[in-house]
Design a protein around this ligand. Structure first.
Ligand code: SAM
Length: 502
């Protein structure tokens, strides 16, 4: 009898998940691709939805008030009900599904019918409500705070003056550069103290500069409890060809920061079980001493060991007096200055293509214009010819390493050099740095440790100047300090100050 009931529950769970996938498919076929992009309608496959709901704690209370933010065709609600049936949840589940797209609202109606029938069959008490509203406009629909929020939020950029951005800023005090951040901040304000937010989102909020207000908000009033990382970035939303690096997490509101560890698990993709699972101290994920509040997500204990080693170095590029700037020559704005390497009026122009394993090579064939015409106007974007470290700002997905660096050796016959905007350049007050220091830095940046360390906080292939500036380096200023031949020692010293505005 018992095994029959268990089998029954599993079958119902499977039926609910299959219904979710079928409803998702219908939602995606009803809206065209551009419409889906506008509404952010990239629905959650049922396996990923299960990973989101299974990290929730539904064992403590007799009732949970749950909000499904941007409910789509009901994938998260259906997975939640499946999970409740399969694990024998005894609490009453009140689930409010907030959605504002007509096609999604129609399908949600069907999803509710399927879920209600399953709940009745297995004695799970459900109170399911569809709310036709803008989730961000909390004043218009929130009646009482929630114990749980679940979401796969829409993600598109929010310009400085976007109405949604202004509204969320007014409600939460957080400047959100993207809709998914706006959904996260809003969810946290509708939760009770101790409430849980389980979500799947892009990883870009972990270190991006524009997400600092969100990170401060999160660090000030919530703590991670569980994080699911994926090795393969392109698998989850394959049906909609979304190429985002995603993360699943549970955040608890107002949890005391270091009261408990954070479970971090890594899977190849959402269809495979975890191949690594470990507990990480809260302070390792977000350090309150870090002014940027980066969110570090170490996938295994080796990553933690590397992080401990990197952090044990006392200096950072910034503390050594080195500056990191994105190359100031923006190709499409500087077309009148772009020329060939042979042009006698040109200085070398360094692109990512010039950054090669053996160092910066110039000129290279089949690349963009290799020369930059020096004029009185363009000269302010030039650096004196000397040693620098050049780091690609973007690496392709195929490239083995996130950080790819090379030393720029001064090229004979030129007084100056230009760096294009797709590279970062490490310099000292816009002056060259000593050759030995440049070599040490480039070797270090190309090391396994730096690669592992970067992946811990960066979910994309972009290497920002901020990321580099704050990186701990195994250099000590007095040891590495050497004279720079032919250059002003005062300005070129490792102890100079960063040039404002660069
Ligand atoms: C990425 S989809 C996720 C749908 C569903 N939760 C899932 O996991 O499959 C985001 C959903 O949010 C809805 N949405 C976008 N902006 C919204 C808003 N301001 N208020 C309510 N829903 C919104 C979209 O229509 C879409 O259905």
């Amino acid at each position: 009898m018992t095994s029959y009931r268990l089998h029954d529950k599993e079958q119902t769970g499977q039926h609910l998940r299959a219904s979710a996938d079928a409803l998702n498919k219908r939602l995606e076929s009803e809206s065209d691709r551009s419409g889906r992009a506008v509404m952010g309608q990239f629905t959650t496959p049922s396996e990923a939805a299960s990973s989101i709901v299974e990290i929730l704690d539904l064992t403590d209370a007799s009732q949970y008030r749950i909000v499904d933010a941007g409910a789509g065709a009901g994938a998260l609600m259906l997975s939640l009900v499946a999970q409740a049936i399969e694990t024998g949840v005894t609490a009453r589940l009140v689930i409010d599904m907030v959605e504002r797209d007509d096609a999604a609202l129609r399908l949600l109606d069907e999803a509710v019918g399927v879920a209600r029938a399953a709940g009745e069959l297995h004695g799970v008490e459900l109170d399911l409500n569809i709310i036709d509203a803008d989730f961000l406009d909390v004043g218009a629909w929130v009646q009482r705070p929630y114990d749980i929020a679940v979401m796969n939020p829409p993600y598109s950029k929010l310009g400085q003056h976007a109405a949604a951005r202004t509204m969320v800023h007014r409600n939460t005090g957080v400047e959100c550069p993207n809709l998914y951040a706006a959904f996260m901040a809003t969810a946290l304000i509708v939760l009770v103290d101790g409430g849980q937010l389980a979500a799947i989102t892009p990883r870009s909020f972990a270190n991006g500069r524009y997400f600092l207000p969100l990170r401060r908000f999160l660090a000030g009033g919530s703590a991670f409890r569980h994080v699911v990382l994926f090795d393969r970035r392109d698998r989850i939303f394959r049906s909609s060809s979304v190429l985002q690096e995603t993360v699943i997490f549970r955040l608890d509101k107002s949890a005391t920061p270091d009261a408990h560890g954070v479970v971090v698990e890594t899977r190849v993709d959402h269809q495979t079980p975890a191949h690594d699972i470990h507990e990480v101290p809260q302070s390792m994920i977000v350090s309150l001493e870090d002014p940027d509040r980066f969110i570090n997500l170490p996938g295994n204990t080796e990553v933690m060991a590397v992080a401990a080693r990197v952090r044990s170095y006392n200096e950072t590029l910034g503390s050594l007096g080195l500056s990191v700037s994105t190359g100031p020559v923006v190709g499409f704005r500087a077309t009148e200055y772009l020329t060939t390497a042979e042009d006698p009026a040109a200085v070398p122009l360094i692109y990512p293509n010039n950054v090669q394993p053996e160092g910066v090579c110039w000129p290279v064939k089949r690349a963009k214009a290799q020369g930059y015409v020096r004029t009185a106007e363009s000269a302010r974007r030039l650096f004196p010819n000397g040693h620098y470290v050049v780091v690609k700002r973007f690496t392709s997905k195929e490239e083995r390493r996130r950080v790819v660096a090379a030393v720029y050796e001064p090229i004979d016959g030129f007084e100056e050099v230009a760096f294009e905007n797709h590279v970062n350049v490490i310099h000292c007050n816009r002056e060259p740095i000593p050759r030995g220091v440049a070599e040490e830095i480039a070797d270090y940046l190309n090391s396994d440790d730096v690669d592992v360390y970067f992946r811990m906080f960066s979910g994309n292939t972009q290497v920002n100047a901020t990321d580099l500036r704050r990186l701990h380096v195994p250099l000590t200023a007095p040891l590495s300090r050497e004279p720079v031949p032919g250059h002003n020692e005062g300005n070129g010293s490792l102890f100079g100050h960063e040039v404002a505005g660069w």
